[in-house]
Ligand binder design. Structure first.
Ligand code: ZN
Length: 206
């Protein structure tokens, strides 16, 4: 009996790990491969909402494995939207960095409440008024607005959104990339286009 239970839990562990190994696409480095083996299904952020107001889960496209310049892989999802559409916090968590980069343009790094994951928002037109590093954002809060900054291409308005599992707490900007697509597909589907109910919190304050 004990042996059967052991083999069952071994099989369960394999089932949990296999999908995670499949989404790994970084060049294999000893450290990250070892870390990837530690990921279980529990190490995936749960309860996220779509980070762009009015976009339905069924409208998302999986662009995680797309090739990019210089042999890079996308490792993110692009969510197309009109310029200045509200970008919403996918979950509660601290805004740990506001950063302008050549590729990402205006970007936000948000650390999940349990400090396991970073949510990365890029190509932003601008930040929400008064947004500062250290702000403890609430899910659904407007953090910024969709733009085409960085290497998005002029007029190619979209949110570049990435999620990674932080493997070294001192290096929140690095970690194991998770495909946001299957995670965001689990977000509650909107019944009609419009701002996500979470933005009501923002509106109440106005
Ligand atoms: Zn992108």
């Amino acid at each position: 009996m004990a042996r059967r239970m052991r083999s069952q839990s071994y099989l369960l562990a394999l089932t949990l790990i296999a999908p995670v190994l499949l989404v790994r696409d970084k060049p294999a480095r000893a450290g990250t491969v070892a870390n990837a083996c530690l990921i279980t299904a529990a190490q995936e952020p749960a309860g996220l909402i779509i980070p762009v107001a009015g976009v339905r889960a069924s409208e998302l496209r999986d662009t995680f494995n797309q090739a990019r310049a210089e042999g890079r892989t996308h490792n993110a999802i692009d969510i197309m939207a009109a310029r200045d559409t509200s970008v919403l916090a996918v979950a509660d968590g601290e805004v740990v960095k506001l950063f302008y980069s050549e590729r990402g343009g205006n970007t936000i790094y948000q650390l999940s409440k349990d400090k396991q994951f970073v949510f990365y928002y890029a190509h932003l037109a601008r930040y929400a008024e008064g947004l500062k590093q250290g702000h403890k954002a609430r899910q659904g809060e407007v953090l910024a607005y969709v733009g085409d900054t960085g290497n998005a291409g002029a007029g190619n308005y979209h949110l570049h959104f990435a999620i990674w599992l932080v493997t070294d707490k001192k290096r929140y900007w690095d970690g194991i990339n998770l495909n946001p697509y299957p995670i965001l597909r689990k977000a509650p589907e909107l019944t009609r286009p419009g701002p996500f109910p979470g933005t009501a919190r923002e509106e109440e304050r106005l």
